[in-house]
Design a binder for this molecule. Structure first.
Ligand SMILES: [Zn+2]
Length: 256
């Protein structure tokens, strides 16, 4: 990765123009990222976007994302998609996709709750590789889906793996609860995406976690870059805090 300063979007999915292949998808996502001054996009999931993927579906999505990175190595980085129910396959994907590159982190979605012992084995390998884990977290009204993780689950997991950096994606959706749930676990950050651009989120996250534990992510192309960026740009925080959220924190986590 380059030394240029610019906004890092820690959480996107290559779903724009995906039917036309990695090159067309990359061009479409870069067209909008360029408008918003976003330099880097962190890719996960992919065209399959399946909650309980097979080995072949995971590999196809990881291949798709690896191709986008190969085409634009100065604009995209990647998280290896894993299904922790397929533990042997997960560990093999970590070796093939992270230890050997090009991916720099791990994405876990809703296949298995992250407080499961299988995820401990994944975290042990992540620690060795200094790979951050982007974990979907919801406090869903009416109860989570089977296999879906909450901020309470990621806090429990993170307590067992203090050397791994975790990003609680969506800050729990119900972010007033989510921020509180991870507050005491210093190796858990929250991202900014996956809920409406409500006022007050970024201010509360900074107050409870410190700006060092808040990272900008959009969930594009499912959400727009701009609507999620507005949560940070419009927040009543200092310019130094804003810079950490938009860029500095992910540069530290990724070792740029
Ligand atoms: Zn997402």
């Amino acid at each position: 990765m380059s030394e240029r300063s610019g906004i890092i979007d820690c959480h996107v999915h290559p779903t724009a123009a995906k039917g036309d292949g990695p090159a067309a998808c990359a061009a479409e996502m870069l067209r909008f990222a360029d408008r918003m001054g976003i330099e880097w996009q962190g890719l996960s999931l992919g065209p399959n976007f399946i909650a309980q993927p097979t080995e072949a579906q995971i590999e196809a999505d990881n291949d798709f994302n690896a191709e986008m990175i190969a085409l634009h190595p100065d604009r995209f980085f990647g998280y290896a998609n894993l299904n922790p129910n397929l533990l042997f396959h997960s560990l093999r994907e970590i070796d093939e996709r992270i230890a050997n590159g090009p991916f720099v982190g791990i994405k876990l979605w809703v296949a298995l709750c992250c407080d499961h012992a299988n995820v401990d084995a994944i975290c042990e390998r992540a620690a060795e590789l200094r790979a951050p884990i982007l974990q979907h977290t919801f406090f869903r009204t009416g109860g989570n889906l089977a296999g879906e993780s909450s901020p309470d689950d990621i806090a429990a997991l993170a307590a067992r793996h203090p050397q791994v950096t975790f990003i609680a994606a969506h800050a729990g959706l119900n972010w007033e609860r989510g921020i509180r749930a991870v507050a005491d676990q210093p190796n858990v950050s929250v991202d900014t995406c996956g809920f409406d651009p409500e006022a007050g989120f970024t201010e509360m996250a900074v107050a409870w976690l410190g700006a060092e534990r808040v990272v900008y992510g959009s969930d594009a192309a499912g959400r727009s870059f701009a609507s999620q960026l507005a949560k940070v740009l419009g927040a009543d925080i200092t310019e130094a805090e804003r810079e950490l959220i938009l860029s500095g924190n992910m540069r530290r986590v990724l070792g740029l």
